[in-house]
Design a protein around this ligand. Structure first.
Ligand code: NDP
Ligand code: A1CAB
Length: 274
C-alpha cells in the first residue's frame, strides 16, 4: 500500500464511489481527504466514511494526489479558485468527461503532471473499467500511482488521450445503456404476463450469466449468440425484430452521439464566456 494521500476534489456521486472503493481496499482513512461545495454534503461524507472533508485549498496543500471529480462545467471555476496555488510536487488526476489534460495544464503552474482518467459506476462493486491517459509532465511513475489508486476498483487500461472521448462513450456512459436494456427486457416480461419480480430475477441473472461468460470464455460475442440461436427457433424470431427496429444502428448512433458530446463539452469549456 502506498503512503500517498489522496484528495477527491468535488466528492459527488463518482467521487464518493472512488472514496468508498479506496476504503474497501484498505486505503487508510487518514490518507484520504474530500471536498464538496455544500456543507451538508461535507457532513454526510465525514459521518459516513470517517474521513476529513476540508476546503479545496487545504486539500490541495495537504494531499499528494488531487482527483478532480467536479462536473466538467464546474472545472474552470474550481481551477480559477486554486489552480495556480497547486504546489509543484502534486499529481492532478482528472475524472471529468471531455476535458483534456491541456485544459488543466493551462490552469496549473508549469510542470504539474496531469493524468486523464475515465472510470465508471461499477466501481461500487469493484468492477469498474478505468482508462488512463498521460497528459503534460506525467511520467511512468505518475501512471503507476494512478493505477494503484484505481486497480482495487476493477480493471485498468492505458490509451492515448486522443481515444478518451470514445472511451467515455463506451465504458464511461456504458452502464447506463445496459441498465436501459435490462429495464426494457423486464418490461417485455410484464407484457408477456410474468410477475415483475420474476421478470426482474430472470433478466438480471441472464445479464450476469452472459457477462461472466463473455469475460471468462474469451469467445467473440457473435459465437456466443450463435450458440443460443437455433434454426427456425425462438431466438432468431426475436433477433429479426431487433434488426427490423434498427437496434444495432441505434447503438452505433448513440455511442457516436456520446463521443461527440464529450468533444463538444471540451470545446465549450475551453472557450471563455464572452
Ligand atoms: N457519474 C458517472 O457515472 C461518471 C462521471 N464522470 C465524471 O465525474 C465527474 C462528477 O460526476 P458526478 O459525480 O456524476 O457529478 P456530481 O454532481 O454528483 O458530483 C460533483 C460534485 O462536485 C462538487 N463541486 C462542484 N463544485 C465544487 C467546488 N468548487 N468545490 C468543491 N466541490 C465542488 C459538487 O458539490 P455539491 O454536491 O456540494 O454541490 C458535487 O458533489 C464529472 O466530471 C463526470 O464527467 C466520469 C465517469 C462516470
Ligand atoms: O454522463 C456523463 O456525462 C458522465 C460521464 C460518463 C458517465 N457519466
Amino acid at each position: 500500500m502506498t503512503d500517498h494521500s489522496v484528495a477527491v476534489i468535488g466528492a459527488g456521486k463518482l467521487g464518493e464511489l472512488v472514496l468508498s472503493g479506496l476504503l474497501r481496499s484498505g486505503w487508510p482513512a487518514q490518507q484520504l481527504l474530500a471536498t464538496t461545495r455544500r456543507p451538508e454534503r461535507s457532513a454526510e461524507l465525514a459521518e459516513r466514511y470517517g474521513i476529513h472533508v476540508v476546503r479545496n485549498l487545504t486539500a490541495v496543500t495537504q494531499a499528494d494526489v488531487l482527483l478532480i471529480a467536479v462536473k466538467p462545467q464546474d472545472a474552470a471555476k474550481l481551477l480559477d479558485d486554486f489552480g495556480m496555488r497547486v504546489p509543484p510536487d502534486k499529481l492532478v488526476v482528472s475524472l471529468c468527461a471531455g476535458l483534456t489534460t491541456g485544459f488543466f495544464a493551462d490552469r496549473l503552474p508549469g510542470g504539474i503532471p496531469v493524468v486523464r482518467v475515465m472510470t465508471n459506476t461499477p466501481a461500487l462493486v469493484d468492477q469498474a473499467m478505468t482508462v488512463l491517459s498521460p497528459g503534460p509532465y506525467a511520467t511512468e511513475e505518475h501512471l503507476a500511482l494512478t493505477e494503484e489508486i484505481f486497480k482495487p476498483l476493477g480493471k485498468t487500461l492505458r490509451v492515448p488521450e486522443s481515444q478518451q472521448d470514445a472511451v467515455t462513450a463506451l465504458s464511461g456512459s456504458g452502464p447506463a445503456y445496459f441498465y436501459l436494456l435490462v429495464e426494457a427486457m423486464i418490461d417485455a416480461g410484464i407484457l408477456l404476463g410474468l410477475p415483475r419480480q420474476v421478470a426482474h430475477e430472470l433478466i438480471v441473472q441472464t445479464a450476469i450469466g452472459s457477462a461472466v461468460m463473455l469475460r471468462d470464455s474469451g469467445e467473440h460475442p457473435v459465437k456466443l449468440r450463435e450458440a443460443v440461436t437455433s434454426p427456425a427457433g425462438t431466438t432468431i424470431s426475436a433477433i429479426r425484430e431487433l434488426e427490423n427496429h434498427g437496434v444495432r444502428a441505434a447503438l452505433l448512433a448513440a455511442l457516436e452521439a456520446a463521443r461527440d458530446r464529450a468533444t463538444e463539452i471540451a470545446t465549450q469549456m475551453a472557450t471563455p464566456k464572452a
